[in-house]
Design a protein. Structure first.
Length: 118
């Protein structure tokens, strides 16, 4: 079980990092567009609108997207990869519990197995 679980996590981390590195490397910022139901996610320099949002939660969605900009995703994948590698070398129920907890991030992925659920 552990080998498949670790391989699953490494593949998801690789996908997340690859997507982040292919995106704009400038920090993102969420901004309202003068109405409560419109917002945009832009580069912090303001040079480009990356996403235009519309709807009752546009501003909140913009802030959420901006908080998860590519630089943060790259840092997060590096940290998670480090933890997965560490726990994969350990034995015992604590290490397996940690691996299952991290795998739950991708519980909606087709390759996720219910047996991994924490």
């Amino acid at each position: 079980m552990t080998a498949n679980l670790v391989a699953f996590q490494r593949a998801r981390l690789d996908e997340d990092e690859r997507a982040a590195r292919q995106a704009d490397d400038s920090p993102f910022e969420g901004r309202t567009l003068g109405r409560h139901d419109q917002a945009a996610v832009i580069t912090k320099e303001g040079s480009a609108s990356l996403i235009l949002l519309d709807g009752s939660r546009a501003a909140a969605n913009g802030v959420h997207i901006a908080r998860h900009d590519p630089a943060r995703v790259v840092r997060q994948t590096a940290l998670l990869r480090n933890r997965v590698d560490l726990w994969s070398r350990m034995v015992g129920s604590h290490a397996r519990a940690c691996l299952r907890a991290v795998a739950a991030i991708w519980a909606d992925h087709l390759d996720y197995r219910e047996e991994w659920r924490p």
